[in-house]
Design a protein around this ligand. Structure first.
Ligand SMILES: [Zn+2]
Length: 249
């Protein structure tokens, strides 16, 4: 689904694109090729690449930026790397989860037990060829990104900031959603401690385009959704969290 001349949504469980368990997979055009943000769950990687060819013809995938280690965001990383030879960028502190396909640390084992994922879902190991630290600015496919790590949804996750035609675009994974919704879930490694420590890093960025890992996105005034989340996380009560009765899958 083409969003902008240089941006497409390739997969999304909420929009009925790609596989049924895919978080949002975005493709961003760079001067030297395509950058995908997250990989989906890996159930229909061929379809993701097919949509890319239809939406942004001729764009070769050079880089995959992973926001975090949950299956709906990184399960397709190994297959995408095999199919395209792309570099894989991801938060350094949790690279071992993907590289060792650690299903307990990734939360996949618990999620299967909770019935979130079918019993036969597995995490495939994938090398994180470019581990990224908090605050690091790097180049992928000729496009500059800055990683901002935000804990709270899980142990370690990265948001990726880039500038497009003068606009600031932020890919937030499951850290912050449209409407200021927080990504707190009932899983080990998730909780308000991380948000209280890290969410302020997303303040004052002047974000225009806000592109979360699920649900709605916007090309305009994205910062107000982030600021709403920051206000909630600073309060004395739990803010609005993803999954509060929402049908996510
Ligand atoms: Zn997640």
């Amino acid at each position: 689904m083409r969003i902008h001349d240089s941006l497409s949504l390739l997969a999304s469980m909420q929009f009925g694109l790609g596989g049924p368990r895919d978080g949002h997979v975005y493709a961003v055009a760079g001067p030297e090729g395509g950058v995908l943000v997250d990989s989906g769950a890996g159930t229909d990687t061929g379809r993701i690449l097919q949509v890319l060819a239809e939406d942004l013809p001729g764009l070769a995938v050079r880089a995959l930026l992973l926001t975090h280690y949950h299956l709906d965001h990184c399960g397709g990383a190994a297959e995408l790397r095999e199919a395209t030879g792309c570099e894989v960028f991801g938060p350094e502190p949790c690279r071992f989860i993907l590289e060792q396909a650690d299903e307990a640390a990734s939360g996949l084992k618990a999620a299967r037990d909770q019935g979130v994922y079918p019993a036969d879902f597995r995490l495939r190991a994938c090398e994180v060829t470019r581990p990224i630290r908090d605050g690091e600015t790097f180049t992928a496919a000729g496009r500059q990104f800055t990683a901002i790590h935000v804990r709270g949804h899980c142990r370690e996750a990265s948001c990726y900031l880039t500038r497009m035609d003068g606009a600031a675009w932020l890919f937030t994974g499951d850290a912050v959603f449209y409407g200021g919704v927080l990504g707190v879930i009932n899983a080990e490694g998730s909780g308000m401690d991380g948000y209280r420590a890290d969410l302020h890093k997303l303040g004052g960025l002047g974000v225009d385009g806000l592109f979360p890992g699920h649900g709605l996105f916007t090309l305009r005034n994205g910062q107000r959704h982030i600021d709403c989340a920051i206000t909630q996380a600073a309060g004395g009560f739990l803010g609005r969290q993803v999954g509060q009765g929402d049908l996510l899958f």
